[in-house]
Write a protein that binds this ligand. Structure first.
Ligand code: AP5
Length: 214
């Protein structure tokens, strides 16, 4: 039987965390939890919380720690996390990582997917996204089999508002200032593994699998 995996995926916006999380989720039969996706769903629902968080995401800023910590606490308490989980996009600040420790959540692995900022700027221009089911595509590297519609649910594909190049630049600044220090945080715990993101998606997948199995 495969070992239990309580995995954190770190990496800049567009590094490929969501793409790898989906594949690892299938392989290990554990949920991939994306705080970004939970936030986008909340915005789409038109709730008061959605309105509040939209004012941060639209500028490429982080949503306040207290909001995302509450989201993660509720999500990790669900039954499907009992046999492991993948955190994609959480923690993103040192206080968020400390909150996980305070909750008594045991992390088994931390993988940081590393891609140069210039490559991220180019890559983000080609990302397409399904508002209905959350699936992510790329016009060149991961096209939908259904053209400009989602191959899972048939919805018309969209461009994420925060993939505007100016917003991506801000997200990269935020990543380097607030999220990158987490590599040190988890290195000190002996949990950090680095995967250099490759141009071909399947090459990154092979390196990620090796990091988990090695
Ligand atoms: P979130 O949705 O988490 O955005 P992100 O971390 O910026 O990451 P992305 O989803 O943009 O990229 P990804 O690394 O998953 O890459 P993907 O696999 O899609 O968060 C959005 C916002 O919510 C944040 O800005 C913040 O405001 C807020 N938020 C979320 N969590 C928060 C938290 N914990 N605290 C505070 N605020 C929070 O890949 C990108 C593209 O490249 C795709 O098109 C993909 O097909 C393609 N691709 C992937 N891998 C490869 C490859 N190897 N080669 C070529 N193309 C590839």
């Amino acid at each position: 039987m495969a070992r239990k995996l309580n995995l954190i995926l770190l990496g800049a916006p567009g590094a490929g965390k969501g793409t790898q999380a989906e594949l690892i989720s299938e392989r290990y039969s554990i949920p991939a939890i994306s705080t970004g996706q939970i936030i986008r769903d909340e915005i789409a629902s038109g709730s008061a919380l959605g309105e509040t968080v939209k004012s941060y995401t639209s500028k490429g800023e982080l949503v306040p720690d207290s909001v995302v910590i509450d989201i993660i606490k509720a999500r990790l308490a669900k039954d499907d996390c009992a046999n492991g989980f993948i955190l994609d996009g959480f923690p993103r600040t040192v206080p968020q990582a400390a909150a996980l420790d305070e909750m008594g959540v045991e992390i088994t692995d931390v993988i940081s997917i590393e891609v140069a900022d210039e490559d991220i700027m180019t890559r983000m221009g080609g990302r397409r996204y399904c508002k209905k089911c959350g699936a992510t595509y790329h016009v060149k590297y991961k096209p939908s089999a259904a053209g400009d519609k989602c191959q899972n649910c048939g919805e018309e594909l969209s461009i994420r508002p925060d993939d505007d190049p100016e917003v991506v630049k801000s997200r990269l600044v935020v990543y380097h200032e607030q999220t990158e220090p987490l590599k040190d945080f988890y290195e000190k715990k002996g949990l950090l593994k680095i995967v250099i993101g490759q141009e071909k998606l399947e090459d990154t997948t092979a390196l990620t699998a090796a990091a988990l199995e090695g």
